[in-house]
Write a protein that binds this ligand. Structure first.
Ligand code: NAD
Length: 314
């Protein structure tokens, strides 16, 4: 087990399990109480042995002095999140691919073109699941210094047809999930005096989006929350920024189109509204995230960057 940040002792106590030095060792490949497990890959190879910073093909590409950051990406098992994992692993991060869909997370790891990552089961709607996965990540990889909140979900529906269960689900995944992961990761970043947080919102939050009222509201909350966190930790070496994709070709968008009789019409209208007259590609969002997550973006904080072919210009 690698050194844990001091705040983790509190987390252990708060949850009443995994006291420091006890059984929550990184028993690689073995299920934890949450059923989560890890895989690792270095350009298609399995990594092995204790610790993670020195093994795995392609992870320490240059100079021993170069620092490899640990990145946690929620929703890394599909679409935009998957491309973000690939982009971060391509740079100087070892990546924890966290997703409620562990098979999707594993697929992301297995298809990593370069670098190294582990797959971790995490349901962002559950504090226990987030905390358990977080402990596992820091045991396997070390303290998290890059957090990308990308897990998201929606179904297109007129607001009048929605009900409170639907509101709760949208808010739990798109807004409160981000609160949970930020709450667990931020103390370690503050201790380290370094952190990069990139939250995935949506252009729907900036300009509104028909049939996405609750989602747009939750994603608007992501922007406001991020600006406030950016202010709170500005002097601690931590930045917090938002990336807003416009309509982007992913399984989420496919699902939205299929689930609603109006879906394709709405998506076509969205594409027509984009000055570049097309929807986005996941890797185009990922490259913006990778930049904001990098060391060199250290003087950029509290910003909202749209990656949407000019759909939003503000
Ligand atoms: N695709 C678009 O057009 C578009 C536009 C704007 C914003 N976004 C945002 O981009 C992000 C990625 O979306 P995508 O299009 O790649 O979607 P996607 O469905 O391809 O990927 C979303 C991932 O989030 C995971 N997820 C869902 N609920 C979760 C939970 N409770 N805990 C952990 N993981 C969970 C899913 O399993 C999936 O792997 C989302 O936040 C979405 O709101 C997407």
């Amino acid at each position: 087990m690698l050194d844990r940040p001091a705040h983790v002792a509190q987390l252990d106590r708060a949850n009443g399990f995994y006291p420091l030095g006890s059984g929550f060792k990184s028993s690689r490949g073995r299920s934890m109480s949450s059923g989560s497990e890890t895989q690792s890959s270095g350009a298609g190879t399995q990594s092995s042995g204790a610790g993670t910073q020195s093994s795995g093909a392609g992870t320490q590409s240059s100079g021993a002095e170069e620092r490899q950051r640990v990145a946690l990406v929620t929703g890394g098992g599909s679409g935009i999140g998957r491309q973000i994992c690939h982009a971060l692993a391509d740079g100087r991060c070892v990546v924890a691919v966290a997703d409620v869909d562990i098979n999707g997370a594993r697929e992301t790891v297995e298809n990593l073109p370069t670098g190294r990552a582990i797959a971790v089961e995490m349901d962002v709607t559950s504090t226990d699941s987030v905390n358990t996965a977080y402990l596992k990540i820091i045991d396997e990889l070390g303290p998290v210094s890059v957090l990308v909140n990308c897990a998201g979900w929606d179904v297109l529906m007129p607001f009048v047809d929605t009900d409170e269960d639907f509101w709760d689900r949208v808010i739990e995944i798109n807004f409160k999930g981000m609160l949970r992961t930020t709450h667990v990761c931020l103390p370690g970043m503050m201790e380290a005096g370094y952190g990069r947080i990139v939250n995935i919102s949506s252009d729907a939050a900036r300009v509104g989006s028909s049939l996405e009222a609750v989602y747009s509201g939750a994603k608007g909350g992501v922007i406001s929350f991020t600006k406030t966190i950016a202010r709170e930790v500005a002097k601690k070496g931590i930045t917090a920024n938002v990336v807003c994709p416009g309509p982007t070709a992913t399984p989420l968008l496919d699902g939205i189109v299929q689930a609603s009789p109006d879906g394709q019409r709405v998506i076509d209208a969205m594409a027509r509204a984009v000055p570049m007259k097309r929807i986005g590609r996941p890797h185009e969002v990922a490259s913006a995230v990778a930049y904001l997550a990098s060391d060199v973006a250290g003087f950029i904080t509290g910003q909202t960057l749209s990656v949407s072919g000019g759909l939003t210009m503000a």
